[in-house]
Design a binder for this molecule. Sequence first.
Ligand SMILES: Nc1nc2c(c(=O)[nH]1)N[C@H]1C(S)=C(S)[C@@H](COP(=O)(O)O)O[C@H]1N2
Ligand SMILES: [Mo]
Length: 195
Amino acid sequence: MSDHISLDSKKNRLPPGQKKKKKFPTLSKGSIPDWPEDWKLRVFGEVEKDLRFSLGDLKNMDEVLTQNQDFHCVTGWSKLGIEWTGIEFSDLLKKIPKKKRVKHVMFHALDGYTTNLPLKVCKEENLLIVWELEGNETPPEHGGPVRTVIESRYAYKGIKWLSEIELMKEHEKGYWEERGYSDSADPWKEERYSE
Ligand SMILES: Nc1nc2c(c(=O)[nH]1)N[C@H]1C(S)=C(S)[C@@H](COP(=O)(O)O)O[C@H]1N2
Ligand SMILES: [Mo]
Protein backbone atom coordinates (compact mmCIF):
# COMPACT_ATOMS: atom_id res chain seq x y z
CA MET A 1 0.00 0.00 0.00
CA SER A 2 1.40 3.41 -0.83
CA ASP A 3 2.06 5.71 2.05
CA HIS A 4 -0.45 8.46 1.24
CA ILE A 5 -3.44 6.17 1.50
CA SER A 6 -2.31 4.27 4.57
CA LEU A 7 -4.53 4.24 7.64
CA ASP A 8 -1.84 6.02 9.61
CA SER A 9 -1.85 9.19 7.54
CA LYS A 10 -5.65 9.16 7.15
CA LYS A 11 -6.14 9.35 10.87
CA ASN A 12 -3.29 11.84 11.22
CA ARG A 13 -1.52 10.00 13.95
CA LEU A 14 1.74 11.86 13.49
CA PRO A 15 2.12 14.77 15.95
CA PRO A 16 3.71 18.04 14.76
CA GLY A 17 7.46 17.93 14.14
CA GLN A 18 7.63 14.10 14.23
CA LYS A 19 8.96 11.78 11.50
CA LYS A 20 7.64 8.26 11.02
CA LYS A 21 10.06 5.35 11.48
CA LYS A 22 9.49 1.89 10.02
CA LYS A 23 11.81 0.22 12.50
CA PHE A 24 11.46 0.62 16.26
CA PRO A 25 14.64 2.41 17.42
CA THR A 26 15.90 2.06 20.98
CA LEU A 27 16.97 4.91 23.23
CA SER A 28 18.37 4.72 26.76
CA LYS A 29 20.40 6.98 29.01
CA GLY A 30 22.88 4.17 29.68
CA SER A 31 23.29 0.44 29.28
CA ILE A 32 20.77 -2.33 29.85
CA PRO A 33 20.59 -3.17 33.58
CA ASP A 34 20.68 -6.71 35.00
CA TRP A 35 17.29 -8.17 35.72
CA PRO A 36 17.11 -9.80 39.19
CA GLU A 37 15.86 -13.43 39.24
CA ASP A 38 13.54 -12.54 42.11
CA TRP A 39 12.17 -9.37 40.45
CA LYS A 40 8.96 -8.03 41.89
CA LEU A 41 7.20 -4.78 41.10
CA ARG A 42 7.11 -2.79 44.33
CA VAL A 43 4.35 -0.25 45.00
CA PHE A 44 5.18 2.08 47.88
CA GLY A 45 4.76 5.62 49.22
CA GLU A 46 1.28 6.81 50.16
CA VAL A 47 -0.14 3.30 50.56
CA GLU A 48 -1.58 1.45 53.55
CA LYS A 49 1.19 -1.09 53.08
CA ASP A 50 3.94 -1.85 50.56
CA LEU A 51 2.85 -4.33 47.88
CA ARG A 52 4.91 -6.51 45.58
CA PHE A 53 3.79 -8.19 42.35
CA SER A 54 5.78 -10.90 40.59
CA LEU A 55 5.60 -11.17 36.79
CA GLY A 56 3.41 -14.25 37.36
CA ASP A 57 1.05 -12.20 39.54
CA LEU A 58 0.72 -9.62 36.76
CA LYS A 59 0.22 -12.21 34.01
CA ASN A 60 -2.51 -13.94 36.03
CA MET A 61 -4.64 -10.84 36.40
CA ASP A 62 -8.07 -10.97 34.75
CA GLU A 63 -7.50 -7.56 33.17
CA VAL A 64 -4.58 -8.60 30.90
CA LEU A 65 -5.04 -7.07 27.45
CA THR A 66 -3.31 -6.52 24.12
CA GLN A 67 -3.34 -3.01 22.72
CA ASN A 68 -1.79 -1.08 19.85
CA GLN A 69 -0.09 2.17 20.73
CA ASP A 70 1.81 4.84 18.83
CA PHE A 71 5.18 5.82 20.28
CA HIS A 72 6.55 9.36 20.00
CA CYS A 73 10.15 10.06 21.03
CA VAL A 74 10.86 13.68 21.93
CA THR A 75 13.96 13.60 19.68
CA GLY A 76 11.59 13.57 16.68
CA TRP A 77 10.80 10.01 15.64
CA SER A 78 7.52 8.16 15.96
CA LYS A 79 6.77 4.48 15.54
CA LEU A 80 3.09 3.91 14.88
CA GLY A 81 1.01 0.92 15.94
CA ILE A 82 3.17 -1.07 18.34
CA GLU A 83 1.38 -4.07 19.83
CA TRP A 84 1.82 -4.47 23.58
CA THR A 85 0.42 -6.99 26.06
CA GLY A 86 0.05 -6.15 29.73
CA ILE A 87 -2.37 -4.46 32.08
CA GLU A 88 -3.69 -0.97 32.40
CA PHE A 89 -2.17 1.00 35.24
CA SER A 90 -5.69 1.90 36.36
CA ASP A 91 -6.53 -1.79 36.85
CA LEU A 92 -3.42 -2.33 38.99
CA LEU A 93 -4.30 0.77 40.99
CA LYS A 94 -7.68 -0.72 41.96
CA LYS A 95 -5.81 -3.48 43.82
CA ILE A 96 -3.76 -1.04 45.87
CA PRO A 97 -5.01 0.31 49.21
CA LYS A 98 -3.76 3.85 48.75
CA LYS A 99 -4.14 7.00 50.80
CA LYS A 100 -6.68 9.60 49.64
CA ARG A 101 -4.02 12.29 49.35
CA VAL A 102 -2.20 10.63 46.43
CA LYS A 103 -1.88 13.12 43.55
CA HIS A 104 1.36 12.14 41.79
CA VAL A 105 3.18 9.01 40.69
CA MET A 106 6.91 8.41 40.28
CA PHE A 107 8.08 5.42 38.27
CA HIS A 108 11.51 3.97 39.11
CA ALA A 109 13.66 1.70 36.94
CA LEU A 110 16.60 -0.67 37.42
CA ASP A 111 18.95 1.68 35.50
CA GLY A 112 18.23 4.54 37.92
CA TYR A 113 15.86 6.26 35.49
CA THR A 114 12.70 7.86 36.84
CA THR A 115 9.71 9.60 35.32
CA ASN A 116 6.73 11.32 36.94
CA LEU A 117 3.07 11.67 35.99
CA PRO A 118 0.00 13.09 37.73
CA LEU A 119 -2.25 10.33 39.14
CA LYS A 120 -5.11 11.69 37.00
CA VAL A 121 -3.12 11.13 33.80
CA CYS A 122 -2.12 7.63 34.94
CA LYS A 123 -5.78 6.77 35.51
CA GLU A 124 -7.39 8.47 32.53
CA GLU A 125 -4.91 7.97 29.69
CA ASN A 126 -3.84 4.58 28.39
CA LEU A 127 -0.86 3.97 30.63
CA LEU A 128 0.06 0.31 30.29
CA ILE A 129 2.41 -1.93 32.26
CA VAL A 130 3.58 -4.37 29.58
CA TRP A 131 5.64 -7.55 29.16
CA GLU A 132 4.99 -8.49 25.52
CA LEU A 133 5.93 -6.64 22.36
CA GLU A 134 4.29 -7.93 19.14
CA GLY A 135 3.39 -11.21 20.84
CA ASN A 136 6.86 -12.01 22.21
CA GLU A 137 8.56 -11.27 25.51
CA THR A 138 9.65 -7.62 25.43
CA PRO A 139 13.39 -7.71 24.58
CA PRO A 140 15.80 -6.15 27.10
CA GLU A 141 16.77 -3.28 24.78
CA HIS A 142 13.10 -2.24 24.70
CA GLY A 143 12.80 -2.37 28.48
CA GLY A 144 11.84 -6.02 29.02
CA PRO A 145 10.83 -7.97 30.91
CA VAL A 146 8.50 -5.21 32.21
CA ARG A 147 8.07 -1.58 31.13
CA THR A 148 5.36 1.06 30.81
CA VAL A 149 4.06 2.92 27.73
CA ILE A 150 1.69 5.88 27.35
CA GLU A 151 1.02 7.01 23.78
CA SER A 152 -0.59 10.32 24.77
CA ARG A 153 2.79 11.60 26.07
CA TYR A 154 6.33 11.64 24.69
CA ALA A 155 7.97 8.25 25.17
CA TYR A 156 10.22 9.36 28.04
CA LYS A 157 7.04 9.24 30.17
CA GLY A 158 7.15 5.47 29.68
CA ILE A 159 9.76 3.64 31.72
CA LYS A 160 11.86 0.65 30.68
CA TRP A 161 13.01 -1.97 33.25
CA LEU A 162 10.28 -0.95 35.70
CA SER A 163 11.10 -1.75 39.32
CA GLU A 164 8.98 0.48 41.56
CA ILE A 165 5.88 2.65 41.49
CA GLU A 166 5.81 5.38 44.13
CA LEU A 167 2.49 7.01 45.04
CA MET A 168 3.05 10.58 46.25
CA LYS A 169 1.13 13.57 47.53
CA GLU A 170 3.60 16.16 46.22
CA HIS A 171 4.89 16.74 42.71
CA GLU A 172 8.48 15.73 41.94
CA LYS A 173 10.35 15.61 38.64
CA GLY A 174 11.86 12.52 37.04
CA TYR A 175 15.17 12.11 35.21
CA TRP A 176 14.52 14.02 31.95
CA GLU A 177 12.00 16.36 33.55
CA GLU A 178 14.77 17.57 35.90
CA ARG A 179 17.05 18.06 32.91
CA GLY A 180 14.84 20.54 31.04
CA TYR A 181 12.35 18.31 29.25
CA SER A 182 8.67 19.11 29.57
CA ASP A 183 6.86 17.85 32.63
CA SER A 184 3.56 17.42 30.76
CA ALA A 185 5.14 16.15 27.50
CA ASP A 186 2.05 16.28 25.26
CA PRO A 187 3.27 15.53 21.70
CA TRP A 188 0.16 17.09 20.10
CA LYS A 189 1.03 20.41 21.76
CA GLU A 190 4.73 19.86 21.03
CA GLU A 191 5.62 20.19 24.69
CA ARG A 192 9.24 19.08 24.34
CA TYR A 193 11.07 21.37 26.77
CA SER A 194 10.11 23.06 30.01
CA GLU A 195 9.51 26.81 29.86
N1 LIG B 1 14.53 2.98 32.39
C1 LIG B 1 14.54 3.79 31.33
N2 LIG B 1 13.39 4.07 30.70
C2 LIG B 1 13.38 4.89 29.62
C3 LIG B 1 14.57 5.48 29.13
C4 LIG B 1 15.79 5.16 29.82
O1 LIG B 1 16.89 5.62 29.49
N3 LIG B 1 15.73 4.32 30.92
N4 LIG B 1 14.53 6.32 28.03
C5 LIG B 1 13.22 6.90 27.65
C6 LIG B 1 13.19 7.46 26.30
S1 LIG B 1 13.83 9.02 26.08
C7 LIG B 1 12.56 6.83 25.26
S2 LIG B 1 12.39 7.53 23.72
C8 LIG B 1 12.04 5.45 25.42
C9 LIG B 1 12.73 4.56 24.41
O2 LIG B 1 12.18 3.27 24.42
P1 LIG B 1 12.77 2.22 23.39
O3 LIG B 1 14.25 2.09 23.66
O4 LIG B 1 12.01 0.95 23.63
O5 LIG B 1 12.54 2.78 22.01
O6 LIG B 1 12.26 4.92 26.72
C10 LIG B 1 12.10 5.86 27.76
N5 LIG B 1 12.18 5.15 29.01
MO1 LIG C 1 12.89 9.75 23.99
